[in-house]
Design a protein around this ligand. Sequence first.
Ligand SMILES: NC(=O)c1ccc[n+]([C@@H]2O[C@H](COP(=O)([O-])OP(=O)(O)OC[C@H]3O[C@@H](n4cnc5c(N)ncnc54)[C@H](OP(=O)(O)O)[C@@H]3O)[C@@H](O)[C@H]2O)c1
Length: 261
Amino acid sequence: MTMKTALITGASSGIGTAFAQELAMRQMNLILVARSQDKLYQLAQTLKDQASIDVEVIVQDLTEPQAAKKVYDTVTEKGLTVDFLINNAGFGDYGAFTQRELSRQIEMIQLNIVALVELTYLFLSSMQQRGTGSIINVSSIAGFQPLPYLSIYAATKAFVLSFSEALWAENQGTNINILALCPGPTESNFFKVADFPDSFANQNNGNLTPAEEVVKEALEALEKDKSNTVPGGFSNQFIVNSSRFLPREWLLNAIEKQFRG
Ligand SMILES: NC(=O)c1ccc[n+]([C@@H]2O[C@H](COP(=O)([O-])OP(=O)(O)OC[C@H]3O[C@@H](n4cnc5c(N)ncnc54)[C@H](OP(=O)(O)O)[C@@H]3O)[C@@H](O)[C@H]2O)c1
């Protein structure tokens, strides 16, 4: 049987690395995408040695214009077919909207939304031509309600959730599965990159879901052809469902107090 190939963005750290490790164990060939060249090549070598799979590395800053097209063209030039796309690369930026750099917010939209949309468009089109494929787009529990002090981040994740679920429905009745993965707080570099205050990191420390667990729940949900999944147990389920029952202003004020820092 020919081996399948998964392309993972943001494979150099956290949830992306955990996807690479799990899919390597499941004997999938991999294409790893991120900016950190050394980390990617190191991971590629480890996985090749451990699992006897093919691993390609594409070093690419996905906030650059045309980045997704460059990734797609590189994949095509190498003669590879992507059976499984994991749009995982993303970041947040903690603080009141006007207190943070505008350019950083635009980069976030570029990575969390634009690159994800472009990669989905390019790879989904060829999956549809072949009549088979899978896509996981990494959203967040932040996608279910606005988050003061993470305003743009939560809005990007709401976009990813809405976009991915719409595509899930468009592709029903085909052999193409599309899942919005909505993790809660997860062990990774996310909080450091987002510049969260230490008090948050300490508060969250005991409550972080291991990235490996998030990945296992995601793959299970994809196999069941779910449109979204919220891994990590009851507290995350409670958070995403609370926005359905609580008055919006009440919820926003409560989150504002919690996230004020
Ligand atoms: N951790 C959480 O609590 C949590 C919760 C819900 C959702 N998420 C989402 O999960 C996804 C993965 O994040 P993580 O938690 O694993 O955080 P992470 O450890 O910081 O990993 C982020 C990944 O994205 C890549 N990336 C960042 N900027 C990039 C760029 N400009 N171009 C290409 N790749 C870039 C990073 O690689 P390089 O730096 O090498 O480029 C890294 O591999 C994100 O979409 C995040 O929003 C995380």
